[in-house]
Design a protein around this ligand. Structure first.
Ligand SMILES: [Ca+2]
Ligand SMILES: [Zn+2]
Ligand SMILES: [Zn+2]
Length: 289
């Protein structure tokens, strides 16, 4: 483990040299001023190192055998940064971005998916951060994004059991992956399956701007892993740009169609016709490359 390169301890040695250069009793005041700065830098590095370890452990393989430097390089490669293995400014900036709680390196092999074509979802819990009608609207639009490219339907249920249960939770909510308050992790989801499988949890401590977060988490609920394409909905950091238009990337479409197939020609025509009668226009092409 190349801790020295990750922590950049040379910064500390510069401080040490600086302190040593003010030798003699006449420099005692200067030294007493520099000492707290050096201590603050030391604690800053220790805290940063702790956060880095936690981040890499959570999102880049929880295997003790893989060195921290190797994990850091995998992270830098995933986000298109120079794989220096050093905790530089760009890497720190990526670590601070709000993101999804799932791993970036876990692959599901394209075999974990729902066998049925119509899925039900239900919103439960009491921590709704906004009006129920607004939340339903956002979720409906997020599901529609996926149902516009694969032959799947998503139906909301108010009472009975549903395939996908959506909740807003604060902190530890007893699924082994506690939320972290404001910032950091905004949501997580479970892969398709029975019980908790397919369920989606949002951090109730966030100021919600759901669009891209919901669409991303619903992608996981369908069985999709993270994508390293910055334009993809399945990129681990959510896109909150003010003028961001919610749409699937070419990669998102290909990945979800690998799991659930494409529309047949008849389904495509029906889809176009429905859109035309509802909006008076044909659906726009969402497959961004
Ligand atoms: Ca959070
Ligand atoms: Zn995710
Ligand atoms: Zn959870």
């Amino acid at each position: 483990m190349h801790t020295r390169t990750i922590l950049k301890l040379k910064d500390l040695s510069v401080c040490g040299q600086l302190l040593a250069s003010f030798d003699g009793p006449e420099n005692i005041i200067i030294k007493s001023c520099l000492l707290p700065i050096c201590c603050a830098l030391f604690f800053y590095l220790i805290i940063t190192y702790y956060h880095l370890q936690e981040y890499l452990w959570r999102f880049y393989d929880a295997d003790w055998k893989t060195g921290l430097c190797d994990k850091l390089q995998s992270m830098q490669r995933f986000f298109g940064l120079h794989p220096s293995g050093e905790l530089d400014k760009e890497t720190l900036a990526v670590m601070k971005r709000p993101r999804c709680g799932l791993s970036d390196v876990e692959q599901f092999g394209g075999t974990i998916r729902w066998k049925k074509r119509t899925l039900s979802y239900r919103i439960t819990g009491s921590n709704l951060p906004s009006s129920a009608s607004k939340i339903h609207k956002v979720f409906r639009e997020a599901w529609k994004l996926w149902s516009s490219v694969v032959p799947m339907k998503f139906r909301k249920r108010s009472r009975k059991e549903a395939d996908i249960v959506i909740c807003f939770h604060k902190g530890d909510h007893e699924d082994g992956t506690p939320f972290d308050g404001k910032g950091g992790i905004l949501a997580h989801a479970f892969l398709p399956g029975s019980g908790i499988g397919g369920d989606v949890h949002f951090d109730a401590d966030e100021d919600w701007s759901f669009n891209s977060t919901a669409a991303h988490e619903f992608g996981h609920a369908l069985g999709l892993p993270h994508s390293s394409d910055p334009g993809a909905i399945m990129y681990p950091s959510y896109n909150f740009a003010p003028n961001y238009e919610l749409q699937l990337s070419f990669r998102d479409v290909k990945d979800v169609q690998n799991l659930y197939g494409e529309f047949s020609s008849i389904q495509k025509m029906k889809h176009y016709f429905t859109d035309w009668t509802q909006k008076g226009s044909f659906p726009k092409q969402t497959n961004r490359e």
